[in-house]
Design a protein around this ligand. Sequence first.
Ligand SMILES: [Zn+2]
Length: 487
Amino acid sequence: MTERSGSPYPRGISKGISERTSEGASEIDAPFRQPDAGFLVRGGYVLTSSEPEMIPDGAVRVVGDTITDVGTFADLSGRFPGCAVLGGPADIVTPGFVNTHGHFSEALVTGIAEEYALGDWLRTLIDAVAPRLDRESAYIGTLLGGVQMLRTGITLTNDMFVCDPRATPVTPGVVQGLEELGLRGVVSYGASDRRSGTAVEDVLAEHAALREAAAGSSLCRFRVGIATVAAQAPSLFARSVDLASSHGDGVHIHLHESREEIEHIRESRQMSPIAYCARHGLFEAPTLAAHCVWLSDDDIRLLASHGVGVAYNPVSNMILASGVCPVPRLRGSGIKVGLGVDGPASNDRQDMLEAIKTGVLLQRLDQLDPAALTARAALRMATVEGAAALRLDPLVGSLEPGKAADLVVFDGDSPALANVHDPFQAIVYCAGPREVKDVWVGGRRRVGDGELLGVDVPALVGESRELARCLAREAGLGELSLLAAPD
Ligand SMILES: [Zn+2]
């Protein structure tokens, strides 16, 4: 987008979380000023995504940024009487959700272009928007999408920012946004040289800038992004493989989302995209593949034998009429499958609870089997299995001593959760964003009583409107967007 006058980073949106951290105290942290004592998060049910899977009248003890103890409330409150207690006996506590696939690059183009399937949607909308994104839109888009994610219990998001490289690298704006939100991120640049005029060196410079930004963040990790196999000429693809293997980075790529994509690669490279990745060594790096809708038995064997994790994105698969990811077959082959909300332009909500429920319903409908995917399995996919798909399960994804204190408290006093016959089904089928009461990321509360802490949401919304209007006009979205109309 056109550079605007003044500071590239508008003030007044983030209330300065990092500055307050250095001061050591704020209203966010008020109950936790004695770091040694920690605090207890109590729930009528604590769902751990570990063993035991459910603790009635349970609690989690957090000290600093880490979970130190998990057990019954009676036991923990007896052993640690000095701890502040949050949550309550009617609430449900879960691990923070791991969103295994998203695109902050689409945050300003939501609710648009519903009539297109994937190929035309990419050509019509994404190809128009991607060349016009800059660091400011990356920063504001990340805040706008991240706020919605946190409100639905997401504490880690695996992002792929799709834009053209620019002289001032764009993607560090994602890291800045995540840092200010206090939201954990795996960040990647969805590199492509499909559009004319894109130089390989500029693509590599964008990767390098994002890697450097992530290295300076305690919340972010870098992966090498590849938009799709078709989006990269063989020469750039080879550089991407080199990049991922030489630095030990993971990879984030779209694979087998639509039949059109597979036919195209079969024609041009005489094998499926998954076989192409395997043949050229991409899967030697830890790889997260989004979608994996259309798969042969050979494709599944390749994914399983290389430990490729899969992101299942039921809402965007339905919106783009792509197809149904064969989740039971993948999981039955030992492949780790997480859930994803996908980008704001293809979903369009950034709502993990919607993705979890829709993910279950779509499998049941596809297989005409109410046992195709259970609530319990879906909750594991949204937490520890998603973390494992990203190879981050030693750090996050379950409530276990030693793991990062990423937790969600669901409000047991809300009408939707008034009567809990089975807490797994209550979360998957009954809960929505309104039931999300508190969210912690690394022991810091980011959502309190359903409100974002540390972010001026009205100011953010106002700022995003100006950017979205500008983007719609510059991208020429007049056929699709009322925002593109002249004043
Ligand atoms: Zn995607």
